[in-house]
Design a protein around this ligand. Structure first.
Ligand code: FE2
Ligand code: FE2
Length: 174
């Protein structure tokens, strides 16, 4: 849930990022590229992998909720690929469409996990299993590249300011 907080800060700012996409500006392109790196590394390689490789091992993988959650992860990955493609082609509408779809998907996804999935898993875990989970999460956290995690955190910290700078530049062009 703590990791969701950082991911939510990013998705909350997607609408204003979309508003300020400017094909002529290298800065807006770089901001989206960095956002995609944040998703690939923090939301996917780190967070979703912890869920898929560790947490869901404690659940019934054939249950509808787990199937839905895994499907969401796949859809999120395909929106990231599509955004990246659209960015290469400089297609503003497609960038906006896929970033927006990603935002909507993840917003609902995090809500499902926080309100339904995690409490449901938590109820069925024994104290020993909770201990095991903590140990496995710690292990995953030790293995992951700390420098990139810090980069992801700074990306979120600086995001509002970077968007403000984009807005100022857009005004100057007008
Ligand atoms: Fe998830
Ligand atoms: Fe999650």
């Amino acid at each position: 849930m703590d990791e969701h907080i950082l991911i939510k800060k990013w998705i909350e700012l997607i609408p204003v990022i979309i508003e300020n996409i400017n094909n002529e500006s290298g800065d807006s392109r770089q901001l989206i590229l960095d956002g995609l790196d944040f998703i690939r590394f923090y939301a996917d390689k780190f967070h979703h992998a912890k869920e898929e490789d560790i947490l869901f091992e404690y659940t019934d993988k054939n249950s509808d909720i787990i199937k839905t959650i895994l499907q969401d992860h796949e859809s999120a990955r395909s929106h990231v690929r599509a955004t990246s493609e659209a960015l290469k082609r400089g297609n503003r509408n497609l960038i906006a469409e896929h970033l927006n779809a990603y935002k909507e998907l993840l917003k609902e996804h995090i809500k499902k996990e926080d309100e339904i999935l995690y409490p449901w898993i938590d109820r069925d875990l024994s104290t020993t299993q909770v201990g095991e989970l903590f140990a496995k999460f710690n292990e995953a956290e030790v293995k992951i590249d700390k420098e990139t995690i810090e980069k992801c955190k700074s990306f979120i910290k600086e995001l509002k300011q970077r968007i403000e700078n984009l807005k100022i530049k857009k005004e100057e062009v007008k």
